[in-house]
Ligand binder design. Sequence first.
Ligand code: ATP
Ligand code: MG
Length: 379
Amino acid sequence: MPAQTHISKLTLTDFRNYATLALDLAPGAVVFSGDNGAGKTNLLEAISFLTPGRGLRRAPYADVAREGGGGGFALHARLDGPDGQAEIGTGISVGEGEGGRRVRINGAAARSAEDMLEWLRVVWLTPAMDALFTGPAADRRRFLDRLVLAIDPGHGQRALDYEKAMRGRNRLLTDGTRDDRWFDAIETQMAETGVAIAAARAELVRLLAAMIDRLPDTGPFPQADISLSGDLETEISTAPAVDVEERFRRALANGRDRDRAAGRTLEGPHRSDLLVRHRPKAMPAELCSTGEQKALLVGIVLSHARLTGEMSGMTPILLLDEIAAHLDGGRRAALFSILEELNCQAFMTGTDAALFSSLRGRAQFLTVDHGTVGPTEDA
Ligand SMILES: Nc1ncnc2c1ncn2[C@@H]1O[C@H](COP(=O)(O)OP(=O)(O)OP(=O)(O)O)[C@@H](O)[C@H]1O
Ligand SMILES: [Mg+2]
């Protein structure tokens, strides 16, 4: 069991509906309760900025800066982990907008947001993900790539490099460029990064599937059968990477006319999908009930948290927005005891603190009210 990494202090400035906020946080479970619109999800979103990317809402930074504030936002966290304390700050300055947010670690500018992964891993589950199994493949791909990133910090850069190369190829396609050398150069890059992406995804699925197998057969969170659709992901499990790369490079070269007609690249890891089945019911996840889908997703996220802890040596910080909403009492109790066993700091939200009453004495209860946060009175 890895030692716990937790946020002991969080401060926000001009972040969503918080003008300023300073919070002392306990290790273990933290429950934020409060009315609709109080600012619970905003707190989780702030914490989600302690990992690379745009946070759990994937919002433009301009939307994150407080309305009526100066135009920028900042957040700062003190971390307590196995290697001692660390201070991470991030935000955007006034007028910086979409140029990217800055990250400082222990007072020094980080080379990139990926540097935060040396200190902590953050994983989330939000109501927006309730439609994960029924919604578009792009959402599942993004979910999958976040799962990979938590165990393999290089994955973010890989994905960016592939996207950039593909955008370059798409531009050549729509420009009507016929220069084969340009295509060759870009397609070679796409083949290299694309196969690396597929290999990292396949590895994550292999490791996660083994972790899911450790869930009890008849537990509250059903075992999921997970697999990948996508030519590269399928090939990479049986063929050497160099061969898959060469095959993909040739497929791109041969597909230029087809892709020119479509105006974009039609083959590659940007078209792959994560396939999930409910094992006990032998049913595709998308055909399961709302509650069954939620339980399946919780099982995947908890198994992934365990995997992240074992692989990185750091317990991930979990953000579980509206987690109690679809879970019955038995499943809620099971969730709380698994979280304690995982030894993670877990932030949970709900409009009603009573749904978390079985955690009394074992969690920090905070009430959120219009951009202020204080101890929950009768918790
Ligand atoms: N940039 C911003 N500046 C000021 N307020 C904002 C900004 N962005 C969002 N808000 C407001 O923050 C408030 C709190 O939002 P949040 O999503 O955190 O609520 P919540 O407590 O999670 O509510 P619910 O229970 O409905 O999920 C909302 O009223 C929203 O309009
Ligand atoms: Mg909310």
